[in-house]
Design a protein around this ligand. Sequence first.
Ligand SMILES: Nc1ncnc2c1ncn2[C@@H]1O[C@H](COP(=O)(O)OP(=O)(O)OP(=O)(O)O)[C@@H](O)[C@H]1O
Ligand SMILES: [Mg+2]
Length: 598
Amino acid sequence: MIGFGGHAIIAGSRYPFRDPSTQSKLKENKMSASRIDDLINPARLRLGIKRAFTGDIQEALCELFQNAARAGARNIRITTDDRGFIYQDDGRGLRDRYDFESLLKLGESGWDQRIEEDQRPNGMGIHSLLAHDEVESVTFTSNLLSLTLDTRLWWTNYDYAAGFRDNIKTICFPAPGMNIGVTCSRALTEQLVKALTDSWQIYRSPARGYQGILNIEINDTVVDTSVQEDATPSVPLIETTYQNNRLVIGLYGKEGYATQNGIWVNFYGQMISVDHYSHFQAYLEVRQGRPISPMSPTRRGVIKDESLNRLCDFIRDSLFEYFSQTLIDEVDPLALGQFYHDYPGQASKLPCFVAARRKRYESGDDVSKMASLSAPQVLSYDNPPLLLADKARIVQEDGTAYSSEYGLHTFLELTGAAYKVMEADESRLDIRHLWWKPGEQTALPSGCPHIFHKAGQWGLGAEREAPSEWREIDNHVVFTFDDPNNWDVDNVDFTVGGADPQDFYQTDAWAGFDPQNDQGRSREEMSESYRESCECEIRNLIGNAVPKNFSWNDLLRFVPDGEQIVAVTPEYRSRRKHRPVSVILLLSNDEKVRLSLF
Ligand SMILES: Nc1ncnc2c1ncn2[C@@H]1O[C@H](COP(=O)(O)OP(=O)(O)OP(=O)(O)O)[C@@H](O)[C@H]1O
Ligand SMILES: [Mg+2]
């Protein structure tokens, strides 16, 4: 096996078992060994450890990369061939038999004090490779020593495993760093290559996160070591430090989605996601200390302990500070809204909230546009604009009031700019209700619906408290309704103020049209039917009127019993007009009936 050229072995690193202070520790361990034996069954536990690993090649690679980083390596090279793969790093390697011992003895580690304290190694990682079903043998070569292990015997033959020291061989040429030759199935080798290079698997590649720590190559191809996009906030808001490690907090998604992994920890290169549902995303890059506790044995998650709670609290408090201290104009309304969602308790103490300006009703809008809003804005609790609740309150003739689902927007020209509260502590806000007292009913021919009124008065009150002051609605058309319809304007429960009834059926009546409620029919079909129902109302209003494409039945409605139509004569507005505006029926009793065409 060939090592890297020009690397430096970290000379003089201290190993716990050679450190004088640890000599006494060893003694202590020995003394307590018999008592420990009362508590554990080492042989069984050892076999149990074999089953602690998942059998994913990603996991074994994780352990190799982690060891390389801990050994101070800068480069890893992996090459594959028919028989398996060779792993090489340029870290400090194994220097002597003691180092081989800490490599293979379960629960033993040979890292220096700093790593011991910060990362709490378990002395198990390399066993993920030895435990893999498809790994036949592993050869560790470092400096002048080499050891080959038959993995099957390693787990099944106690004498073979316990006597591994006898198999350590001295080699002629020093192999710098750590070299691990693995004989394994072709399938496993292929999985390994894919795990590091395949574009579908690259998301969970164990190399991701090591950028700046390790350069990794496989078969001369550079492996992507960057942090995966999903692990950092798509809209960063805060860049801070947590226990001296870089922490970025922001919005998970621009679209307001939430994530199940609201925290990602880059633990000395290894990416660990934390099961934490949130609209925010925090990325913690740990390079010193142990601000969270990774799970054993492979750090595939984070333990939900006090240290994780502290980190979560810190994220929450940093966001609170951010939203309370950033200038209102600079706060992203989406982000603030998410804070109200995720942390309602804290959010209620903020100086700002989210609201959206209500758009005015435009004649011709259908029901889908009846409650349109402008883009949300961040507003201050101190000096809020007019905030209006969704439903208008309508006072009926008998003095009782009811809330109406639609129609508030037709009053906005009267109220001026008004906002809908989106995310806020509503107890801190005075949200007004628009009240409407329609004027007296308009007298219409019989058969016409009694929905038209004089415009009447409006005012601002509370939900259950009428306004103390009323204003006249001059020259404005206002209306409300609860039930839109997709076929017939007659089914919409309109109350209309200040409108010319014919005009209303030609324009504003479309507000009650509900194209969403399609019942599988086409929009054209429904709007045709709705238009026809509006025209029918207009004919009712006109009185003597029939559709432009009238049938005999339409005409016969105007013929008294026992009489007949003798002649139908079209009437034109002028000589040049092509289409008649009305028809005159000559009846058998010599009477004439003029019918407008509409
Ligand atoms: N690439 C390497 N270079 C130098 N020494 C290594 C390397 N890999 C492993 N070792 C030595 O072997 C020991 C055991 O490694 P192993 O991965 O099994 O456990 P660990 O890293 O100590 O703990 P963990 O269970 O957290 O992985 C290490 O403590 C270290 O002394
Ligand atoms: Mg390890």
